[in-house]
Design a protein. Structure first.
Length: 905
């Protein structure tokens, strides 16, 4: 079938076409010459006839020569003879040309068909017979469609129409029709020429089929190769340009080049190359004198947005169709350049950090023996922090083996280092340098083969701190004894040992008796000394395998392991009590602090650690309630009392809400005037179910928690309000004294007092706050600040239970005090104990010497009252005058009060 038309005549057919045209032109020339000859002869004959017609026909008028010269027959004969000779010559030439054409016709590699005007096959050469499968004898004279099998696939109607209607100038062959067709697995270039006569009438048609199958295959291969190459170029990550070195213009680009430049290929092609690549300010192309290959050179590309981009360029000369071009390829390395800059900055920062970081950094390279074992390592690099930690000069050890500066320690962990270098798996270990007395934590990693990186931290202090933390976690900071956590573990071990040996374990819960008085009178510092003395005594008298722990405050636990009988435990408990009865010298005082012991036994009383401790604690409470300085074995009924105490603590938290708390008042009487000048506010708890609860029971409970703060504020507010109500009722300016717990003596106390006064409008000078000696001496500087603030408010300050603290009396002149209260323990026996009487006399004299008023509490007899009067004590309070009473009863007391009844007037 017909494939396409071509404008260029294929080279293999040019000579055949030219030869055919030459022969046709020669034939036409001969015909024209013949026609000229005939025309010439005709002209001569006509001329001769004209001449002969003008001459006389008398023979006598012509001479012989004239007659001879005017012989018409001779003249015509000569002319025709010349014409015939010329025709013979022309015919011979035509014969030669025909033979030449036939030889060409038969020998040519092209298939040639000659058709008559009816498109019947007039002639065909051997190649056409071979290619089209014809039989010369049978096919000549047949219509072309019958002469050639499947002719319609070879020549379609459109081709026939073009052939038969092709125009041509007079006297020449027609313009050939050229097509490319495929037929029977061959490709042909067809030249179809209609040959016409001088009248422009077709004589015949010549069809020349040139085999271009191999060329078409080559062209197809070239197209495939070109397509593949184009695809490769357009999918390359590199931009590619082809540049004309003479004009410097870009001939072609791939897609990546267009993408990097930022515009379409059409807008790039035709531009001078240095508009984009290697832009030059002077307009000169930097590749004009290129005589060598440019390989991976960093250059600049100016994109469509006039942005300068770093590229990596390669350029070389290539030959295309005999012409030299420059092939440039380049990749966008802007991101890489920026990354390199960032990396450079990062490296600078790293080097800065590396040099200034607190952690030590060491990079080393292992040294191996011939047997392949790591024997040492060479220092490749280390920072200043590492040098400082290791106490070495950084510059002196780089490149030096580790064994040369520390034989012990550093190379002792080569096995770990070798493992990291071998596997690349990071590891950590602890490095101890005995020479330096330091401990380091080392984190190893492998930055590259054969090397290791070590991040080193000096953990000497943290190790010490860790030991201290462990000590704090398991040991009491004050006494150095095991704490609750550790004693529980040791108790568990003792229980396991008892299971194996079928023995007993004794758990002794110890609480020191009246330890609070030591804190209150001598201060917390003295109390701490007492605790340490007790701890030393207990631990120094333990058997091997026994343990003692401080549980907190003044509570201790002793674990007796591998005990045979209950009597053994009782004997040990008695020994503990005897140890405590021995006096202890503290700050120049010989003190005795007895203890109460509760005992629980494993496995009889409990089979769990916590329950054993709880039961021992319960027995200890029972021992304390029974009378102190004794031991008590646990019994199940003790839990009932312990639960009662627990429930009591719970009820105390709700006592204010339930309005169960009440303030009682005990009068204070001026001895000289016999007048009631004030009262002491005393808290009472009227439980709705249990009735009156003793302050000795619930006050310690409240002080164990912050509940005492809430209760103390409630008492203070209530006392101020009551005092103001009495004033409003016309009962005069009665002073109200309120006891303060040590837990209340905090920096916010002045604000709390001010709030109570402001809320009640009670005059500050009528409010008196009673403090203990120990409270002041615990933190004297803080106490002085708080007392000064209270004095600024205008309230009075007194020392309660004075004389029981055994502390220095110098504080009396340093604190802004107004009164001293003589403790009832001195008043009780002063009539029978001369020492007590002397102490009371001294207290009164001391107070008056410091311009302080004295109040004696606990006055229960007339003799005691007379003693106070005789020694000029200022005020008294006690059962002799009145017991603590409700507000209603106090008003009745005021109404009924008669000073003469007590011989005060």
């Amino acid at each position: 079938m017909i494939v396409t038309a071509k404008s260029d005549i294929p080279a293999p057919n040019d000579w055949l076409k030219i030869e055919l045209e030459r022969l046709q032109q020669e034939n036409l020339r001969l015909k024209l010459e013949n026609e000229k000859t005939i025309t010439y002869v005709r002209a001569k004959v006509d001329q001769l006839l004209k001449i002969m017609g003008t001459l006389p026909l008398r023979q006598e008028e012509l001479d012989d020569e004239t007659l001879i010269s005017l012989d018409p027959i001779g003249i015509v004969g000569d002319s025709f003879s010349q014409v015939l000779d010329h025709l013979h010559q022309t015919n011979d030439e035509l014969t030669v040309a025909r033979d030449e054409l036939r030889a060409i016709f038969d020998a040519t590699g092209a298939a040639i068909l000659v058709l008559d005007l009816d498109l019947n096959l007039h002639s065909c050469n051997p190649k056409s017979i071979e290619r089209f499968g014809m039989n010369r004898e049978k096919s000549v004279g047949l219509p072309l469609t019958e002469a050639i099998p499947n002719c319609t696939e070879l020549l379609d109607d459109a081709f026939i129409t073009r052939l038969t209607t092709s125009p041509a100038p007079f006297g020449s062959i027609s313009t050939p029709v050229e097509l490319e067709i495929s037929f029977l697995d061959y490709c042909y270039h067809l030249i179809a020429t209609p040959v016409r006569d001088s009248n422009d009438h077709p004589w015949f048609y010549v069809l020349i089929f040139s085999d271009i199958t191999d060329r078409k295959k080559t062209e197809e291969s070239l197209i495939v190769a070109e397509t593949r190459l184009t695809a490769i170029l357009n999918t390359m990550m590199a931009g590619v340009m082809i540049i004309d070195p003479e004009t410097h213009k870009i001939v072609d680009v791939n897609h990546m080049a267009a993408t990097i430049i930022g515009t379409s290929p059409e807008k790039i092609i035709g531009s001078v190359c240095h508009r984009f690549v290697c832009p030059s300010s002077n307009g000169q192309c930097p590749i004009t004198d290129l005589n060598q290959v440019i390989d991976n050179s960093d250059r600049i590309l100016l994109n469509a947005n006039k942005e300068r981009i770093s590229i990596l360029k390669t350029a070389t000369m290539i030959e295309l169709s005999g012409k030299s071009f420059i092939l440039e390829s380049f990749i966008d390395i802007q991101a890489r350049k920026e990354a390199e800059k960032a990396l450079s900055k990062s490296e600078q920062r790293y080097r800065s950090l590396y040099s200034s970081m607190k952690e030590g950094m060491l990079i080393g390279e292992l040294v191996y023996s011939e047997a392949g074992f790591a024997t040492d390592y060479v220092i490749v690099d280390l920072n200043q922090a590492c040098g400082k930690m290791m106490e070495i000069n950084v510059d002196e050890v780089i490149g030096v083996s580790a064994s040369s500066w520390y034989e012990d320690g550093l190379i002792a962990n080569l096995q770990i280092i070798d493992s990291v270098v071998e596997t690349g798996v990071p590891q950590e270990y602890e490095l101890r340098l005995e020479q330096l007395g330091k401990v380091f934590h080392v984190s190893l990693s492998r930055p590259e083969l054969g090397q290791f990186a070590a991040i080193i931290n000096d953990v000497t202090d943290s190790k010490k701190a860790q030991k201290e933390i462990e000590r704090l976690a398991y040991y009491d900071t004050l006494t150095g004894l095991p704490n609750r956590v550790l004693i529980k573990d040791r108790l568990q071990q003792a229980m396991a040992q008892a299971d194996r040996s079928r023995g007993l374990v004794g758990v002794l819960a110890l609480d020191l008796d009246h330890f609070k008085k030591i804190n209150d009178s001598l201060g917390v510092g003295s109390g701490d000394q007492m605790l340490k003395k007790v701890a030393d005594r207990l631990s120094s008298h333990l058997r091997q395998g026994d343990s003692v722990a401080r549980m907190g405050g003044d509570e201790f636990v002793i674990v007796l392991s591998n005990i045979k009988t209950q009597n053994d435990i009782a004997a040990a408990a008695a020994k503990v009590l005897d140890l405590l009865c021995e006096s202890v010298a503290i700050d120049g005082h010989d003190l005795v602090c007895t203890g109460s012991l509760g005992i629980a036994m494993y496995p009889m009383d409990a089979d769990e650690v916590e329950l054993l401790l709880t039961n021992a604690d319960t027995a200890q409470y029972q021992a304390k309630e029974t009378g102190r300085n004794l031991y008590q074995f646990y019994s199940p009924d003790m839990n009932t009392r312990a639960f009662e105490r627990l429930f009591l603590d719970s009820d105390l938290h709700r006592a204010i809400e339930r309005d169960e708390l009440e303030v009682y008042y005990q009068p204070q009487i001026n001895i000289e005037k016999g007048e009631v000048v004030g009262v002491e506010a005393l808290l009472r708890w009227n439980h709705k179910e249990k009735g009156q609860i003793s302050p000795a029971v619930f006050i310690p409970l409240a002080e164990e928690t912050d509940l005492i703060l809430e209760i103390g504020k409630w008492v203070l507010d209530h006392a101020c309000q009551q005092g103001q109500q009495w004033r409003d009722a016309g009962h005069g300016d009665l002073r109200v004294a309120v006891n303060l717990s040590a837990r209340q003596f905090r920096s916010d106390l002045p604000n709390i007092v001010a709030s109570a006064l402001q809320g009640s409008s009670f005059p500050p000078h009528l409010l008196e706050l009673e403090l203990t000696e120990g409270l002041l001496m615990d933190k004297p500087e803080m106490a002085r600040v708080i007392l000064n603030q209270l004095q600024d408010l205008g309230v009075s300050l007194s020392i309660d239970d004075f004389g029981t603290g055994y502390s220095s009396l110098s504080y009396l002149k340093h604190f802004p005090l107004n009164r001293l209260k003589i403790d009832r323990s001195f008043v009780k026996d002063l009539s029978v104990d001369s020492d007590d009487a002397t102490i009371v006399e001294a207290i009164i004299a001391l107070a008056h010497g410091l311009r302080l008023h004295v109040v004696a509490e606990g006055v229960e007899t007339v003799a005691q009252l007379e003693f106070m009067k005789a020694h000029r004590c200022d005020e008294v309070q006690g059962f002799l005058m009145a017991r603590p009473m409700t507000e209603t009863n106090f008003l009745q007391f005021l109404q009924d009060y008669n000073p003469s009844q007590y011989r005060l007037i």
